[in-house]
Design a protein around this ligand. Structure first.
Ligand SMILES: NC(=O)c1ccc[n+]([C@@H]2O[C@H](COP(=O)([O-])OP(=O)(O)OC[C@H]3O[C@@H](n4cnc5c(N)ncnc54)[C@H](OP(=O)(O)O)[C@@H]3O)[C@@H](O)[C@H]2O)c1
Length: 271
């Protein structure tokens, strides 16, 4: 399968790195990016062919094309590409761009997958939500899954509007975790631990608890109950968190992110 990328920034680099690590050969990948520095860096890092612009020549023979430009660049980036992309499966990773809008900009192209990866993809530990335009073949779904699966786990949603929920949970989610880490580090410093100790203890706790939850058969609620003895230190801390409405804050935060994702789709999708 010949895979092309329109846009050779962070996300494209993560995906190319993942694909090469999983056995795709450099000859089967090409990247299109207008920046000479970016192209030189990509050639040097991955040994793949690069092109300055997307056109009939650079896109010829591609089976799958990932669109990895910024959301505000996508409309211009695909302008005039309906013909060269007519036989390709198009996978967009652009946040907020609806498949129906992309389809319209590509002259009614139907083989479109919308993907929402997250930043841990940069170290191969991403989680990507995927949605397809109705009627996408099983084979196309498998191919899209293969590309995004190169940088972590994938989760399909049946209804594309759920990608706004995916954006709110896993797309924006790493920032929530970083915020919680910051608060844990600040709290640790306030209790007298130094910066290095606070970082090691807080980040190590996140990493360890995440791994434990992933490996356990029980849900996180059971794991929490198990480490919370009545009248103990954990119970004292959790009582403060519950009284502070932490669950409502998280639910409201996710709802705000989802609303913003819908708004962005409206803004970017305007013709
Ligand atoms: N990074 C993430 O973790 C993440 C997570 C989820 C979704 N995404 C999505 O992934 C997409 C790419 O994000 P990114 O972080 O990789 O952005 P990025 O680093 O800015 O990469 C985009 C690249 O595309 C180039 N470009 C602009 N117009 C182009 C055109 N017409 N043809 C070909 N290339 C063009 C840009 O060049 P210039 O810089 O010269 O404009 C830039 O090198 C975004 O839509 C974003 O929403 C990213």
């Amino acid at each position: 399968m010949q895979i092309g990328f329109i846009g050779g920034g962070n996300m494209a680099s993560a995906l190319v790195g993942g694909l090469l690590a999983r056995g795709t050969t450099a000859d089967d990948i090409r990247i299109i990016d207008p920046s000479p520095e970016q192209r030189a860096a990509l050639q040097q890092r991955f040994g793949i062919e690069t092109f300055e612009r997307a056109d009939g020549q650079s896109l010829a023979g591609l089976d799958l094309v990932v669109i990895a430009v910024k959301p505000q660049q996508i409309r211009d980036a695909v302008h005039g590409l309906a013909e060269p992309l007519a036989n390709a499966l198009v996978v967009s990773v652009a946040a907020g761009i609806r498949a129906a809008d992309l389809s319209r900009w590509l002259g009614g192209h139907r083989r479109i997958v919308r993907a929402m990866p997250n930043t841990p993809a940069l170290i191969g530990m991403g989680v990507t939500g995927l949605a397809a335009l109705p009627g996408l073949s099983e084979n196309d779904r498998t191919q899209a899954e293969r590309v995004l699966g190169a940088v972590g786990q994938t989760v399909w949603v049946d209804d594309e509007s759920l990608i706004d929920a995916v954006t709110a949970v896993s797309g924006s989610g790493p920032a929530y975790v970083f915020l919680f880490m910051e608060a844990m580090i600040d709290g640790a410093r306030a209790l007298g631990l130094d910066a290095q100790q606070a970082r090691t203890l807080a980040l190590g706790t996140f990493a360890g608890a995440a791994q434990l939850a992933l490996q356990a058969d029980e849900p996180p609620a059971t794991l929490r109950e198990r480490v919370t003895s009545k009248g103990g230190t954990t119970a004292a801390a959790l009582a403060v968190m519950e009284a502070g409405g932490v669950r409502h804050v998280v639910a409201d935060a996710l709802a705000a992110a989802q609303r913003r994702s819908v708004e962005m789709g409206d803004e970017f999708g305007r013709d």
